[in-house]
Each structure stands twice: as structure tokens, then as C-alpha cells.
Design a protein around this ligand. Sequence first.
Ligand SMILES: *[C@@H]1O[C@H](CO)[C@@H](O)[C@H](O)[C@H]1NC(C)=O
Ligand SMILES: *[C@@H]1O[C@H](CO)[C@@H](O)[C@H](O)[C@H]1NC(C)=O
Length: 328
Amino acid sequence: MTTYILQALILSAITVSIAAAVQTFNIGVNYGMLGDDMLDAIEVVKILKMYSIDNLRILAPDHATLEALRKSNIKLCLGIRNEDLPYLATRQKDMNEWFAENVQPYVEEVIFSYITVGHETIPSDYAPFILPVMQDLQTLLHSHGLDSIKVSTVISTASLGTSSPPSHGIFSTETRVTMIDVLKFLKNTNSPLLINVYPYFVVAEDPVNVRLDYALFTAKDVVVKDGNLSYYNMFEAIVDSFFWAMEKEGFNDVEVVISESGWPSAGNGNLTTPEMAYTYNYHFVRRVQNLGTPKRPQASLEGFIYELFNENRKGTTVEQNFGIMYPK
Ligand SMILES: *[C@@H]1O[C@H](CO)[C@@H](O)[C@H](O)[C@H]1NC(C)=O
Ligand SMILES: *[C@@H]1O[C@H](CO)[C@@H](O)[C@H](O)[C@H]1NC(C)=O
């Protein structure tokens, strides 16, 4: 029997800032399962309840998790596997079956917040399938009276041609057409765009020139001045580069949800320590409790920490070490 040690600091920081927040809090976690000795879903739900985390994101349907979430009041952001997109896009029967298997049996007792179509698939060979699946799924949800479930897609900065400074944010020539179609859909359905935001990887790529305190939310001075907007942390700058990119295509009112953000606690020398992971996640949680970015001061941000557990079967040591909990 494996016991799990909490990175108590991170979790208590989350709880403290949640307690301090007057508005409903907006923090969730990603629950990836590519690890040995993972806690089972029932234990996971207990932990989320214990720490008042009421949003969970999983990348693909997992029936044990869906069962465990019944009557939990924890909202679920559910992903559709990228590999499933081509046939879901072309065969209505398969779409119906996907829904009948993974959503319908649970809707009475599980709160689905978002269903995401495509994980970092714009650009990729899957890009052409995204909009058709989003539309079919939306129609299906509507026909079952489930319009409260928002359909969206998850993108990363790989969808942007330029992202720095934020006002230069623009979709790349490769992604632009797909993104415009997706954004029209999101606007019409009043759904947010889900974005993955990782200052860590920006620092890791250029540790000499990128300021670590800017990435870790600890800079005390303005690090990037962009027109009349001032940035103390890279997180807000990256989020704003998406806002600018959308605005340039005429979408001023599509909201964003941060589907992933986090910092690894090991794997890359002195850029990846438990203290840094703590610092990043602590500030990230506080940041998404509060309104807005320099570009959109009134935007409400909702975010999912990446991620609940270390996953020792992932590719690189860094990728294995984003967890806020780890097995002992
Ligand atoms: C920044 O400048 C733009 C015009 O360039 C203006 O529309 C906007 O209101 C200004 N924002 C702030 C916060 O002053
Ligand atoms: C990490 O180590 C390198 C090489 O020794 C050093 O230049 C850098 O300042 C260190 N960074 C931190 C954040 O300690």
C-alpha cells in the first residue's frame, strides 16, 4: 500500500487563499494518471473535498473518476482523447456512443463544467476535426437539455505566431483559420477558450536572459512595459498575448480559462526545486482568485494547477515532476 505525502505547503497555501477569497474560488487541479501507485479516484475526491478544491480536470473519460465524482459537487472538465477526434468527426453514431458512454450515465450526479475537444491540437493533423466535433457535441448536449456544459478546446502558446511582448500576440499563419472558426463557435455559445500557460518552459529555454523572479511571480518591479500596460509577472503577459491575438481577429469578449499551469519540483537542476514549485503554485492560486490582467482588468480568471500527482511514466524527468502530491 502506497501512502501519499502531501506537499503540505502548497496545499495549505491553496486552502488559506481560498478561505481568504470572498468570491467563489476558481481553482482546480489536473488529475493525470500516468504513474505507478496512484491513489484511486475515491481517495482523490476525498482529498479535493478536504482542501476545498472544487474543480477537476481529466484528459480523457475515466469511469472510476466519473463514478467517484457522483454527488461530490466537484465540477469536472472532461477531455476527449485526441486519437478519438477523426472518427468522432466523421461518424455521428460514434459521437452518440461516446456521449452515451461517458456523459449521459453521469449527468444527474456529476457536474460537467467543460468538455474539451482537442488537447494542444492547433496546429496538428487533428486540427481539421476540432470544429466538427465541437459542433456535433454541442448539438447533442443541446438536444439533451445540457446547455450548461460548455464545449471548448485546449491550446498552448504553440498556437501563437508571436507572444512577446503581449501586444504582439497573434495566431500563427498555420493556426489562424482554424482559430477564427473555433472562436466564432465559442463566441456564439458563450464558452471560454482553454489555454495552457507555462512560464517555466520560457525560463528553461533561456535561463540566462529570462528573469526567474518574473516567471515565479516574485518580481517587485515592472519587468515588461508594453505600451501603457505594465507586467510584474510572465503569467499575465502570456494570458494577455492570447487576449491580443483574439482581439486582432475581432473577438473582444471570448473569455479564457487556464486549463494548465504549474512548475516542476525536480528534473532540471536549480530551476526545479520544491520551493520554486511551491512559490509558483502559491502565486498562481492567488492570481486566479483575483480579477483580470493588465489588458483585461475585468476578466475573471479560472485556473487548474498542473497537476495533482507526479506521473512517473511520463516522458522526461521534468514532465514527471509537476505534482503537488507525490508517493512515498
Ligand atoms: C491604454 O491605451 C489604449 C489606447 O492605446 C487605451 O484604449 C486604453 O484605455 C489604455 N489603458 C489604460 C489602462 O490606460
Ligand atoms: C543555477 O546555476 C547556474 C550555474 O551554476 C547559475 O548561473 C544560476 O545563477 C543558478 N540559478 C539559480 C536560480 O540559482
